[in-house]
Design a protein around this ligand. Structure first.
Ligand code: ZN
Length: 285
């Protein structure tokens, strides 16, 4: 029997000094997130949280792009498969139908997972290059700090699907509401420089300096005491929640699923007939 080639790991994990580096590893698909990657990310974050020697976590994407979003069309798309659920107690989606299936799945793998990761009690720094689109935004936004390279761009084109933004609706908290409306209404790319101007990212550096700049920032943060960092992170997150982030997101999640259900009722599919090519063109304009 020929030896089977081991499946490539969707996430790479490495500890260097006090910093855990979690790297999305599907560069051939611009790090599109399938469920296998989601659960591998969750395992990596859990491992980093559990390791007393890890003070800071870096989230990066291998290749030319941070993440082009959720997997809506690679050969390893696995949205229909069951996975061991970790973010909540909603039941398995894979043997359910319609809105019940979508709501259960997205509660777990999108909103639930992102909220879980946001609560990781150690600072997480996103290191972003190239595309950070739709579901990619969710990953960058759950991080505490964002270092972007000059070529990085951010976009949420899912309004083209008739849907009010991605499932983790942080838009009006990570940028001013009027800018969030422009970002969503146009679906156009926001450059790293513009993202810096509106306060969405912490640093913009040349592409060749991204890894070093992220490492320098991580090492500097890692000099702080562990509990001090954990409590400070919780303090700021609580302030964001008091500004309505948590409750606002729950409210929008209902609108998001109204849109999916409307699409399923009236269009070709819950994504409003938008396929990978259409979204890719929309997201790269
Ligand atoms: Zn959705």
């Amino acid at each position: 029997m020929p030896a089977e080639r081991p499946a490539p790991q969707p996430v790479h994990y490495e500890v260097r000094g006090p910093v855990a580096y979690v790297t999305m590893n599907r560069p051939e698909y611009r790090n599109a997130q399938n469920s296998a990657m989601t659960y591998a990310l969750d395992s990596a974050f859990y491992r980093a949280a559990d390791d007393a020697d890890v003070k800071v976590v870096v989230l990066a994407g291998a290749g030319e792009h941070f993440s082009a979003g959720h997997d809506i069309g690679t050969p390893e798309r696995d949205a229909h498969l069951p996975f061991e659920r970790r973010a909540g107690l909603w039941w398995d989606h894979s043997d359910k139908r319609g809105a019940e299936s979508r709501f259960a799945r997205e509660s777990e793998v999108y909103l639930g997972m992102c909220r879980r990761w946001r609560e990781l009690p150690k600072p997480v720094i996103a290191s972003v290059q190239g595309a950070c689109v739709a579901g990619g935004l969710m990953l960058a936004w759950v991080c505490d700090l964002i270092v972007a390279s000059e070529d990085a761009f951010f976009a949420d084109p899912v309004v083209r699907m008739g849907i009010p933004g991605v499932e983790y609706f942080a838009h009006p908290w990570v940028m001013p509401p009027r800018i969030a409306k422009e970002f969503l209404f146009t679906g156009e790319r926001m450059s790293a420089r513009r993202a810096y101007e509106v306060g969405m990212v912490n640093r913009v550096v040349p592409r060749g300096e991204l890894a070093a700049a992220t490492r320098d920032l991580a090492d500097r943060v890692a000099e702080m005491p562990r509990l001090g960092l954990a409590l400070t992170k919780r303090a700021v997150n609580q302030a964001e929640d008091l500004q309505g982030l948590h409750a606002g997101m729950d409210a929008v999640f209902g609108l998001h699923h109204l849109a999916h259900a409307h699409n399923a009722e009236t269009a070709a599919d819950p994504l409003g007939g938008m396929d990978v090519r259409a979204m890719k063109e929309a997201g790269t304009r």
